[in-house]
Design a protein around this ligand. Sequence first.
Ligand code: HEM
Length: 146
Amino acid sequence: MAIAGHPLHAMLVAFPIALTMCVLGADLIYWWTADVFWTRVAGWAAFGAFLMGVIAGVTGTVELLIVPAIRNRSASWTHFILAVMLLSILAANWLLRIGDPEGAVLPWGLLLSLVAAGMTGITGWHGGKLVFDYQIGVRIPGKSRP
Ligand code: HEM
């Protein structure tokens, strides 16, 4: 999926990646300062990370299902499984904070944020492998599209 040749998934994944790191940052700042403002920041960032993760996931899944060259690589399915696990963690990290954003941070919110950040790193790194190692989603001059 692309707009004028620019891949949507690659554009969209920046949002859940950055927002997940924002949740972890806000949790750590709250732990350090005890300023409740940061718990609301973390709650909204957790919501944004999940929402944008789902939107990015939809574009990736459409590619996975309709492009044979993507569907036929086992690495694509590994990335899909990692991403679905990540989206579940992002959902849990958001849902935990609804109603009591302050009480949710220590210890479980912070712990989930750490797991989410690690899982985001693994999923994003693996997504990069799809592109840079396996040339999935890459247009090579002179080669027809899959
Ligand atoms: C939920 C299902 C998902 C599927 C089926 C999927 C599928 C894909 C595919 C086919 C590619 C290679 C082609 C392209 O860039 O479009 C890719 C790349 C990538 N994916 Fe996913 N993805 C999913 C979710 C996610 C999520 C939630 C993240 C966030 C961490 C993510 C991070 C990445 C990254 C960083 C790349 C490399 C982009 C680039 O450098 O061009 N993916 N994914």
